[in-house]
Design a binder for this molecule. Structure first.
Ligand code: TRP
Length: 438
């Protein structure tokens, strides 16, 4: 159970609670959700098992793992790409993590349960993320906590924390969902979220859905290789994969059931963007029984969930410098943590000072998110699938999966999707993006 909770701790984070609702909102609702679920089943699931397997087989960081399985071949490039992706993702993830810490403090000081209408909550959030000092302070605080935890190593404490955190988060979301569904006008939101209107799908939104599947499951950059490398042989990889995927998807879907009924009941636009959750939730807390307590609990849980994900991102980068470059843990964590914080600064300022410094209509924050989530992760995942499916081979992988006499019940499905469907699906989505037909 400890491993499942730790891997879930990496997977469940801002991707589920903050990003999923706002990109569903921006991409038209139900049809996008359906594409997302298909991506989870045919791309996410097989690649997660592949990453766990490569990790446990080699007990190494992503670069070392590919090197050991295919020495002296370009396949180690997947590992390098992963380290780079970890770098980039954590740089903006730390900014949003900082927002959640700030919201814990704002909840405590009664700033979040006072809104008479949701557009006030939206304005309040807009003013906050446009600030310079406050945003930088919380960004630094979030990265500082992440660094402090990773310096001590990821074993032990984190697994225990996740054991409590994850189930509590589910309970919390169910309470909020009941509240949201009983608001007047909630049904409109349910319809938007669950009824697929395919006319709203574009090549771009399919790419975003796929990128989100990778992002939410922490795939495509070796995080799950790293976690798999800490696994003892007796653990059952296939059921761990199923649990983590189901759990992560459950949290994201529940979050949608909280947000969209509330968005429509309160007359907000679902296309609000990265501020969606931060604008809607305070309005949900206001007027709710025990709203103050709920607001504190919710943002505390979210901040912890963000931390357990950030830890896994930093760990990939750090494991590389420790194993491959021979650096000490302390030096690796401090140096890389600091560099990532600095690269994150322009992302943090993208909603204020640098909001108008755009390239192709996107801010620095948007670009870093887009490059890493929508390109690096799917590319890394596709190459991992090809590697495990064809180069290292499903036969060897299968042996590793069954190393401890566990029978792999869905081996047929896995071998087929990992060899044919996952690589082809990613390739098609990329091609459709680069050679748009519409
Ligand atoms: N999956 C996390 C979330 O949903 C973010 C994350 C952690 C991640 N580690 C990762 C994303 C590795 C991609 C790759 O918030």
């Amino acid at each position: 159970m400890g491993f499942i909770m730790a891997a879930s701790g990496s997977a469940v984070g801002l991707g589920n609670v903050w990003k999923f609702p706002y990109i569903v909102g921006e991409n038209g609702g139900g049809a996008f959700v359906l594409v997302y679920l298909i991506c989870i089943a045919v791309v996410g699931l097989p690649i997660m098992l592949s990453e766990f397997t490569v990790g446990r087989k080699t007990s190494l960081n992503p670069v070392g793992a590919f090197q050991q399985l295919q020495p002296g071949t370009p396949w180690v490039g997947i590992g390098f790409m992963g380290v780079l992706a970890g770098f980039l993702i954590l740089s903006f993830y730390g900014v949003v993590g900082g927002w959640t810490l700030a919201y814990v403090v704002k909840a405590l000081t009664h700033s979040l349960d006072q809104f008479t209408n949701p557009s006030e909550a939206g304005k309040f959030f807009g003013t906050f993320i446009a600030s310079t000092g406050e945003v930088m302070f919380y960004h630094a605080l979030f990265m500082g906590i992440t660094i402090a935890i990773v310096i001590r190593g990821v074993h032990g404490g984190i697994e225990k924390a996740c054991d409590i955190l994850m189930p509590t988060l589910v309970v919390m979301l169910v309470i909020l969902m009941i509240r949201a569904l009983t608001l007047d006008g909630a049904m409109e939101g349910l319809k938007f979220y669950l009824y697929p209107d395919f006319s709203k799908l574009t090549g771009q939104s399919i790419l975003v859905a796929m990128g989100q599947a990778f992002f939410s499951l922490s795939l495509g950059m070796g995080a799950m290789i790293t976690y798999g490398s800490y696994l003892p042989a007796r653990e059952n990889l296939t059921s761990a994969t199923l649990y983590v995927v189901l759990f992560d998807t459950l949290i994201a879907l529940l979050m949608g059931l909280v947000i969209f009924p509330a968005v429509f009941a309160m007359g907000l636009e679902p296309t609000e963007g990265p501020g969606l959750v931060f604008s809607v939730l305070p309005a949900v807390f206001t007027g709710m029984p025990f709203g103050w307590v709920v607001s504190i609990l919710f943002f505390t849980l979210l901040a912890i969930a963000a931390l357990t994900s950030a830890i896994s991102l930093l760990e990939v980068v750090v494991a590389y410098f420790i194993d491959q470059k021979g650096w000490g843990r302390k030096k690796s964590v401090l140096t890389m943590g600091l560099v990532i914080f600095v690269i994150g600064i322009p992302s943090g300022l993208s909603f204020g000072l640098l909001a108008d410094s755009q390239l192709f209509g996107m801010t620095f924050f948007n670009h870093v998110d887009n490059i890493s989530s929508n390109y690096l992760l799917p590319l890394g995942g596709m190459l991992t699938a090809i590697f495990v499916g064809w180069v290292w081979g499903t036969k060897e992988a299968h042996k590793e999966i069954e190393r401890h006499e566990t029978t792999f019940h869905w081996a047929g499905y896995w071998e087929f999707v990992v060899r044919y469907i996952a690589p082809v699906a990613v390739a098609i989505v990329f091609l459709a993006k680069f050679f748009p037909t519409d």
